[in-house]
Design a binder for this molecule. Structure first.
Ligand code: CO
Length: 140
């Protein structure tokens, strides 16, 4: 079978308070380069930081309407999802759908930094919410 995933893109970590979480990573793990992205349309705030080539994505809800607010309320803070990079997300989704893989997003939607993303259902992967990410192609 042709390779689908090219690398681990990021880990999504659900937190209650973005500033407190950033302070924890800064003070305890010396990770002090964070970019904060406000996503009011998704009822969330995001902070992204790099560890080598892997991104950490801290996500905090701004209202109970955030997609992961229920997760946070029921399971508390912790690892929320893992994201993998794919070369072509449309092809990947087409292939997964043809295989009958349970998807949350049947079509890619815009993510941060010009990426296109889609989530697979956690039931498809033994309880792990999984995100696919296609990065914008460099303009030559
Ligand atoms: Co993510």
């Amino acid at each position: 079978m042709e390779q689908l995933l090219t690398r681990v893109d990021h880990l999504g970590l659900a937190v209650h308070d973005l500033e407190q979480a950033i302070a924890s990573y800064r003070d305890q793990l010396a990770l002090d380069q964070w970019e904060i992205i406000e996503m009011p349309e998704r009822h969330m705030r995001v902070a992204v930081g790099m560890v080598g080539t892997t991104l950490l994505e801290l996500i905090a809800p701004t209202s109970p309407d955030a997609a992961f607010a229920k997760f946070l309320a029921e399971r508390g803070e912790g690892i929320h999802h893992i994201a993998y990079t794919v070369e072509n997300i449309d092809h990947a989704l087409e292939r997964l759908q043809a295989q009958g893989v349970r998807l949350i997003d049947r079509e890619a939607r815009p993510g941060i930094h010009g990426t296109r993303i889609a989530f697979l259902h956690p039931k498809a992967l033994h309880g792990v919410l999984t995100e696919l990410v296609e990065h914008p192609k460099p303009i030559i």
